[in-house]
Design a protein around this ligand. Structure first.
Ligand SMILES: [Ca+2]
Ligand SMILES: [Ca+2]
Ligand SMILES: [Ca+2]
Ligand SMILES: [Ca+2]
Length: 412
């Protein structure tokens, strides 16, 4: 068999996808025939007029072998050194695992590769007269493993045990299930997740709680959801009474009591006015801080509430004075200094307070009227004649200290 025909047949037999590749071989076959010039001119005449039927010289081997970059699971980019030719390189044959692909330039992106597969590739140049150059050495590359795109199977329909724990049968996955996620059926809000096939650690106070479960793999693929299941309202047990009675912190605002426990749920606490039996505040913690400066004496007790609204028995009643109960100490004795033009400089040692002294007021001792105020322990007042004064400190709740001794200041 003619070598060129054999070449054509072998190309057709090697699953060549490119029509150009076959046409190219036919043209090589016709190269020496009388028709060749006509056919080549008709089919491949280029604007550059590069077709040269008397060219019997092969292109050079590409100047460097193939380099594979951007190797993905199904794609790769191939680059290689250019070939030279006495007339002109027309294209390159890119042979990938024995299959010929055609590239007009010295780069080629392959698609549709198999993941996790090793490929062997080499290239050779073809000139405008279809002379085929010698090939490069072989380059090998391996595509990446395909990402997991497969969902886990649906978990078994969940059920609620007598202990309130939610259980379900496991899902399967082509790789592995890494967690299960629990959702509120009505809102689709996520209620929590679990790496096992049971779930206990949730905080749901809704009386009509329905849920479903999905499995998730490491690639984040979520299974379809299970059917929804009611969370049964089986908790009829009260929380325990708070474990110790109510105390008021020294700040005069924060009430504290001992924690309660419950068979099932997380706990809230409600603070009641003992005279009206109305709840006046609630708290997730066994404490409550009043947000006000005013002073008020109230009688209170506390009850714990579980997630199903079961109320504990109450604590004992405690009478507390809310707000800052303590006045500042008396400021130190007043000293004075006439500094001219009727101006008198007053000063005294500071007061102390359980929370903090905000300032001082200066009073006229004869009238009892406050004549000035200051945030420091000194102030200038104006008086030509004799004057008697005293000072009081005040705190943020408006508590006034008792007064200093009276300081009589003679006229100037
Ligand atoms: Ca040539
Ligand atoms: Ca998967
Ligand atoms: Ca309970
Ligand atoms: Ca105080």
């Amino acid at each position: 068999m003619n070598g060129l025909w054999a070449d054509v047949l072998s190309r057709r037999g090697s699953n060549v996808g490119s029509l150009l590749s076959v046409v190219m071989c036919v043209m090589r076959l016709l190269r020496n025939s009388a028709l060749a010039g006509v056919l080549l001119t008709a089919t491949f005449a280029s604007p550059a007029g590069a077709m040269e039927i008397d060219d019997n010289e092969r292109p050079s081997v590409p100047s460097s072998r193939v380099v594979a970059t951007n190797v993905g699971a199904t794609t790769v980019t191939l680059d290689w050194g250019e070939s030279t030719d006495n007339v002109g390189v027309q294209f390159y044959e890119v042979i990938v695992n024995g299959t010929i692909d055609i590239s007009p330039t010295n780069t080629r992106t392959l698609e549709g590769l198999r993941p996790d597969t090793t490929y062997e590739v080499y290239v050779r140049a073809v000139d405008t007269s279809f002379n085929v150059g010698f090939r490069t050495g072989i380059t090998r590359f391996t595509t990446q493993t395909a990402p997991d795109a497969e969902r886990p199977s649906i978990p078994g329909r969940p059920f609620v045990g007598d202990d309130g724990v939610i259980n379900w049968a496991p899902s399967t996955d082509n790789v592995a299930v890494v967690r299960y996620r629990l959702f509120d059926f009505d809102t689709n809000e996520e209620l929590g997740e679990s790496t096992s096939t049971s779930f206990t650690d949730f905080d749901v106070n809704s009386a009509d709680f329905r849920f479903y479960v999905k499995a998730e793999d490491a690639a984040g693929n979520l299974s379809f959801r299970t059917g929804w299941v009611d969370y049964p309202l089986v908790d009829n047990e009260r929380p325990s009474v708070p474990s110790s009675g109510i105390k008021l912190d020294s700040n005069g605002r924060t009430l504290r009591w001992g924690a309660s426990t419950d068979n099932r749920s997380l706990i809230r606490y409600a603070l009641y006015d003992a005279d009206t039996n109305r709840a006046i505040a609630s708290s997730d913690e066994p404490s409550y801080t009043f947000d006000r400066d005013v002073q008020e004496t109230i009688r209170v007790y506390v009850r714990a509430i579980d997630g199903q609204g079961n109320l504990s028995f109450r604590t004992g009643i405690k009478e507390v004075r809310i707000g800052d109960p303590d006045r500042p100490s008396i400021p130190g004795a007043i000293s004075y200094n006439r500094i001219g033009f009727g101006l008198i400089e007053l000063s005294w040692a500071p007061s102390t307070d359980n929370i903090g002294v905000i300032g001082y007021r200066v009073y006229n001792a004869d009238t009892g009227e406050a004549i000035d105020a200051t945030v420091t322990t000194s102030i200038d007042i104006l008086s030509e004649g004799p004057i008697s004064i005293y000072v009081k400190a005040f705190d943020s709740a408006g508590n006034l200290s008792y007064r200093t001794g009276i300081r009589n200041i003679p006229g100037s």
